[in-house]
Write a protein that binds this ligand. Structure first.
Ligand code: MV4
Length: 498
């Protein structure tokens, strides 16, 4: 493995993750280059960078996803390495290869490892010889109804049909009984063909009410691979994670070790280098099964940083330079408890409808154990072209109880006006008995959340209402037009409070 010091890093991403990556680079004495679309010209990540280049109009396909343009910027500015963040080109083997050809380091695994893990069937095939538990099911793609029926009868209904080219919840179909298998299979194949251009599907036993537990791994190019423990991400909505925590409340030390070692084996099966995440499903019996591996730094990586005290971006940079991991497995330990909530510009009382607009008020919480990774500031408009995530709010505490109390305090202290956000939903989750007990699975939102639960729960409005009742605050009586309430006008109280 060639060793090469990285002096200049281009971040092929935007928003909070671009800023987060550049902060670590700056601390390492590495010069930073931002690339941005016309929609992001005034974003904090652009200002933070040592150099910044506009790479095109707002749509990602014409800017953040244009490989040739990015490689050209690297050449023009004499860039040594590229960090892809998450989303966009982060798991694109073609991008990694184009950089490699230009003599530029891609901060991530090899294009080959990305390719195998990007194909769910190839991934299962790769890990099969590496002592990794898999859900019972077909070994490869299903050839037809006869084979499907034979397998389904062996593993027993309900079964799940998954598209090989799917992932992250896309291209899945549950079949409850024998009579529905033929039609279910035909539909799954045709949907997969339409959605991914590849009709390959496979069958697994359907695990009901699983928990989503993922293990962070870190590997260097010298054969050292460690697990940095797990993150529990079961609070999701339509495969979008909303709350993540580490460690999981349900793993015993023995299970944690078994899952961690299985994750390391997954990484070894593709000679993985860099930071990666191995997703498992955990069933009610405490059995776990490999689902997929994400070959990027994940959105929720900060919870792992909080409980390990490590900086994952710095580690990524070091191993990309060819250095050895600065620790062995036995040096790692979990310290305290961390929780992250994702703050999306979505209205949880209105079916999580995206609520774009301008951040008329934006004051993130502060204080002990609170970290906010965001990419916006007050007065900015949330661009419609990208993911509607405003920020990640992360807290760390000595215990889970302290972390929850800290998260409640931080959410109550977060002032966002001008758009509706998922914060009230996150506050609801923190207060819910099932969450507090740690007794939740991937059906938490479906089983426990009703939008009515949020009514009157906005802490900012509630305290403003209390102030009004106490005669401390004047109420403006101008009527607010119906339908405009989500866009600034509803925030009159919020604005007045601060
Ligand atoms: C499953 C499953 C039940 N049984 N596989 C969804 C995303 C992808 N990573 C795997 N997924 C699932 N695979 C079997 N055999 C249930 C899910 C699943 C899920 C997994 C993790 C987190 C949330 C989920 C929500 C619905 C379904």
């Amino acid at each position: 493995m060639a060793r090469k010091k990285i002096r200049k890093l281009l971040v092929a991403n935007r928003g909070e993750i671009a800023l987060r990556v550049m902060r670590s680079a700056r601390e390492m004495g590495i010069r930073t280059v931002a690339v941005f679309s016309e929609a992001d010209r005034s974003a904090p990540f652009v200002r933070f960078a040592d150099e910044a280049v506009c790479i095109g109009p707002p749509p990602s396909k014409e800017s953040y996803l244009v490989i040739d343009r990015l490689v050209q910027v690297c050449r023009d500015l004499d860039v040594d390495a590229v960090h892809p963040g998450y989303g966009f080109l982060s798991e694109n083997g073609e991008f990694a290869r184009a950089l490699e050809k230009a003599g530029i380091i891609f901060i991530g695994p090899s294009p080959e490892a990305m390719k195998v893990m990007g194909d769910k069937l190839a991934a299962k095939e790769a890990v099969r010889k590496f002592d990794v538990p898999l859900v019972p099911g077909t070994e490869g793609a299903v050839s037809g109804v006869d084979e499907a029926m034979k397998v389904a009868k062996t593993i027993k209904f309900p079964i799940l049909i998954k598209a090989a080219a799917g992932g992250g919840g896309k291209g899945m179909r549950v079949v409850e009984r024998e009579a529905d298998l033929k039609e279910g299979l035909e539909r799954a194949i045709s949907e997969a063909r339409n959605a991914f251009g590849d009709g390959s599907v496979f069958i697994e036993k359907y695990v009901a009410g699983p928990r989503h537990i993922e293990v962070q791994v870190m590997a260097d190019a010298h054969g050292n691979t460690c697990y940095l423990f797990e993150r529990e991400c079961s609070v999701q909505r339509r495969h979008q994670k909303v709350v993540e925590e580490a460690p999981s409340t349900v793993l015993t030390p023995a299970m944690r070790q078994r899952m961690g070692e299985a994750a390391v084996n997954v990484a070894r099966s593709v000679n993985y280098v860099g930071a990666g995440t191995v997703e498992f499903l955990l069933d009610e019996n405490g059995d776990f099964y490999f689902m997929e591996m994400n070959t990027r730094l994940q959105v929720e990586h900060p919870v792992t940083e909080m409980i390990t005290g490590l900086d994952l971006v710095k580690l990524q940079v070091r191993v990309a330079e060819g250095e050895k991991l600065p620790f062995r497995q036995e040096d790692l330990a979990i310290k305290g408890h961390a929780i992250e909530v994702r703050v999306y510009a979505e209205d949880p009382s209105n079916n999580f409808l995206p609520d774009i607009g301008t951040l008329t008020t934006y004051r993130p919480p502060q204080g002990p154990g609170v970290r906010v990774d965001d990419g916006f500031e007050e007065g900015m408009t949330i661009p419609i072209h990208y993911d509607p995530m405003i920020a990640k709010l992360i807290v760390h505490g000595a215990t889970r109880e302290e972390a929850i109390a800290r998260m409640e305090r931080a959410i109550d202290d977060y002032a966002i006006g001008g758009v509706e956000t998922t914060l009230p939903f996150c506050r609801f989750t923190m207060g819910h008995a099932a969450f507090r007990k740690g007794a939740y699975d991937t059906h938490f939102v479906r089983d426990h959340f009703r939008p009515e639960a949020l009514e009157g729960s906005d802490p900012v409005e509630a305290s403003a209402a209390a102030a009004i009742a106490a005669g401390l605050l004047e109420v403006r009586t101008t009527p607010v037009a119906a339908g405009t309430q989500n866009h600034g006008t509803a925030s009159v109280w919020k604005l007045r409070r601060r």
